[in-house]
Structure formats: C-alpha cells, structure tokens
Design a protein around this ligand. Structure first.
Ligand code: CP
Length: 300
C-alpha cells in the first residue's frame, strides 16, 4: 500500500485477512442480489489498460456499471497520446487530474505502480502488473474455491505450467499466506521459478493426486527466450480428459484465462463438472464490484 493513498491495492501481502473476508462477504451479498448501501451516480472510475485484456477489463467495466459508476476506459496504447511520445506515468497523472474516484491499471513492469501511488490523488487498483502480481485474479480464484469447497483453509492448490512468467501465480503465493492454503507447482524446469522453496511435482499425475484444486496457466511463449514444443507440453502437462482421472471427484479445475486450448487445457475439459473456468469469470465481476465498493466506502 502507498503511504499517500492507503486504499490502493497493489499486492495482497498488504491486505488484511479481515478485509479479504469482508470482500468475500460483500461478494456473497451481491451474488444473492442483496442490496449494498452504495450510490455510484456521478462518480467515474478510470480503467487504464496499457496491455491487452478481455476478462479483467470487461469485468471492471461491468462492476462499474452495476454500481452506477461511469467507467472511463483507455483500452490499449493506440489512439492515445502515448503515440505522440507522452510517457505512461504522465498519462496516469493526467487522468488522475480529472479526479476519477479510482484508477484501475493494467501495465507491464515498465510502470512503477508503487511509486505512482505516491503521486496520484485517488486509489490505484492493480489489474495485472507485469510479472509482479494480479491480485484481483487471485482473489476471485480464492472466492471460487471458497464457494465450491466451503473454505480456502487447508486446500492444496497445484499450479501447472508457466509459473515463472505468471503474475497470477505471484499473487497466489501472497494470498496463500493470508488464507492458509498450500501451493505446489508442476511444469518443465524452464517454466518454474528460478528461486524459492516451493513444493514441486515432477509428474503431473502425482500432482493431480495430491491436489484439491488444479490450476492450469497459459503458456506465455512470447516471454521465453528459447522455444518449447507445445506438443511436448501438452503430452506432459496438458489437462486432458484422460489424465484428469487422477484428480479427485471433489476437486476443482481452474484456469485464469486466456486459454490456449489443446496446449494447457483441452476443450473437452471445459465440460467437466469440476471445471469452474466460467464461474471464475462470473465471480471476477463480484470481487471487483466488492473491491470498488470497499475502496469507495471505507473511511469516508
Ligand atoms: N485472467 C486475465 O487476466 O484475463 P485477461 O488478460 O483477459 O484480463
């Protein structure tokens, strides 16, 4: 959290467990169509997506719409003054000067969100920041686990694939400490973190037998210096109907999206009743609505 703007959500280590519980409780109310005491009319929220997104961007837009907040969307760099040489930081500071109620930012590592949060007037909500983290994705994943398995506490979450380049995995490492679930990894060594004392399964079969949640990640080939055979990847680490027999009948199959179908997850797996991929997306709206509500309501 920033000192100037302590409502910014840039990571999950700085989010209190009680606040996470409260976010989930509000999401439960929203899911049950219960009303929450909030009036968004006349407010704006600036959604600055400097990198591509479908789920996160549109779920923040939906969350704003449901709360009565007008979303101001900057979707990609094309057509903005970034093309004329304006810096990313200057763009954010200029939008902040329009006095939105909050800034939602997706960016690469080239933008320092922590430093920016010290300079802007309104809270920044991290919507995916380079490889550093994607806190709202981890929160919606955990909310999905809690919804289907009753609790996150004590769950065994197997993250399979490109962990080294994954901001989703980075946020799960943080959230697991808060919600007390165990994270283990599985994937080719080029895809796993170069440091850290993570539990690692060399065989997907053993990992799936251990897990109560099996989460596949997108293979981010664009970030690898050497090419890796996608056919080999699918053979050893892809979620397929045949190898998911090793996963318990009660376990969940998840993926943050976007999915490379036929690489990390076969299309047939989306029909498996344990697969919660689209429910993750629905829950993403609830969690982002809840987060905006908390950001604008607390400490008024
Ligand atoms: N999971 C996720 O961040 O998806 P998008 O890139 O489509 O937002």
């Amino acid at each position: 959290m920033s000192s100037r703007n302590n409502k910014s959500i840039l990571d999950l280590l700085s989010l209190e467990k009680t606040k996470i519980d409260s976010l989930f409780s509000v999401a439960d109310k929203l899911s049950a169509n219960e009303s929450i005491p909030f009036e968004g009319f006349g407010k704006t929220g600036a959604l600055l997506f400097f990198e591509a997104s479908t789920r996160t961007r549109m779920s923040f837009e939906t969350a704003c719409a449901r709360l009565g907040i007008y979303p101001l969307l900057l979707d990609g760099k094309a057509g903005t003054s970034l093309e004329k040489g304006e810096t990313l930081e200057d763009t954010v500071l200029n939008v902040d000067a329009m006095k939105p109620s909050f800034l939602v930012i997706r960016s690469g590592d080239d933008l320092d969100l922590k430093a920016l949060s010290e300079k802007v007037q309104c809270p920044i909500l991290n919507a995916g920041w380079g490889k550093k983290g994607h806190p709202t994705q981890a929160l919606l994943d955990a909310y999905t686990v809690r919804k289907h398995l009753g609790t996150c506490n004590g769950q065994k979450v197997l993250i399979v694939g490109d962990v080294r380049h994954s901001r989703v995995a980075a946020s799960h490492f943080e959230l697991a400490k808060k919600l007390n679930y165990e994270v283990a990894l599985c994937g080719p060594k080029e895809f796993l973190p170069e440091s850290g004392n993570h539990k690692v399964f060399s065989s997907l079969k053993e990992g799936l037998q251990w897990a109560t949640v099996a989460m596949a990640l997108r293979v981010q080939l664009e970030r690898h210096s050497s090419q890796y055979s996608l056919a080999d990847y699918r053979e050893h680490y892809g979620f397929m109907v045949k190898n998911l027999k090793d996963l318990s009948a009660r376990a969940l199959i998840m993926h943050p999206g976007p999915i490379n179908q036929g690489t990390e997850l076969d299309s047939e797996v989306l029909q498996d009743p344990r697969c919660k991929v689209l429910d993750q997306v629905s829950n993403g709206v609830l969690i982002r609505q809840s987060l905006i509500y908390a950001t604008l309501s607390e400490g008024k």
